[in-house]
Design a protein around this ligand. Structure first.
Ligand code: MLT
Length: 261
């Protein structure tokens, strides 16, 4: 496909194909607990989105449509026509772009700690400033800013999972961070996309999320015609890490309900 890059990915298991998309500025490793728990039940495909993890880091603006196209190209290479897409935060924005581009290829969507709203002006300006600054100051700056926000209040930032996530963010390339920030700044509102989709959905919301307002996620779940909401207490923006068992259980139940497994 024109402009798409060949993504690094991990694949485990057999059965209903399920794509897991990480948020910004992470990589596929955030889904480690879900892979361990679900690999015996489904075919799991975990790409690193462009600019993240071990995938190529092209210059430019990573529009959500472009990142979705990269994932479709990967699925083409794997001969997968239709899959369940699970997207965390930015991965959810990519999932919404995929839903606009080729709904017939999407069997269901898991929206984890994400939302459909376009950025307000101040948020967009902040993203463009970060995209500039990260190129001179490095990714550590972004990791420092985000680590205080990603977990629910009270989460031990010296704990092994917090340290691992900090290291992961610090390793993400500045060029990748800039591309993703610029792409997110340009993303359109997806409310209408979700209101009109026929694809079943589960929204997984950490009630301590300090990045995405849980009320916005509740509204998103209400707006999706075949949507359901799973609220996870004692989790913030990273429920797959903070409450892995509850997150996995919600995803398993959802995937089984649509695949008949
Ligand atoms: C993410 O986790 O992907 C980001 O917080 C999304 C965003 O910056 O909007």
């Amino acid at each position: 496909m024109a402009d798409s890059v060949t993504l690094h990915y991990v694949e485990r298991g057999q059965g209903t194909p399920v794509v897991f998309l990480h948020g910004f500025p992470f990589d596929h490793a955030i889904w480690q607990a879900q892979v361990a728990a679900l690999r015996d039940s489904f075919r799991l495909i975990l790409p690193d989105l462009r600019g993240h993890g071990q995938s190529p880091v092209p210059a430019g603006v990573y529009r959500m449509e472009l990142m979705a196209q990269d994932v479709f190209a990967l699925l083409d290479d794997l001969n997968i026509e239709r899959a369940v897409w699970v997207g965390h935060s930015m991965g959810g924005y990519v999932t919404m772009a995929a839903l606009r581009a080729a709904p017939e290829r999407i069997a269901g969507i898991g929206l984890v700690a994400t939302h459909p709203l376009r950025d307000p002006d101040d948020r967009r300006a902040g993203r463009l400033a970060t995209a500039e600054n990260v190129l001179t100051e490095g990714s550590g700056m972004v990791a420092q800013n985000m680590i205080r926000m990603v977990f629910a209040p009270g989460f031990d930032l010296d704990s092994p999972p917090a340290r691992a996530l900090f290291d992961l963010m610090s390793r993400t390339s500045p060029l990748g961070i800039a591309g993703a920030q610029r792409g997110m700044a340009e993303r359109p509102d997806s409310v209408e996309t979700l209101r009109h989709t026929r694809v079943p959905a589960v929204v997984i919301a950490g009630l301590g999320d300090q990045i995405v307002d849980p009320d916005v996620m509740r509204q998103m779940a209400r707006d999706i015609p075949h949507g359901r909401l799973v609220e996870i207490v004692d989790a913030g923006h990273m429920p797959m890490i903070e409450q892995p068992d509850a997150t996995t259980a919600a995803l398993r139940e959802f995937i089984e309900s649509i695949s008949g497994d």
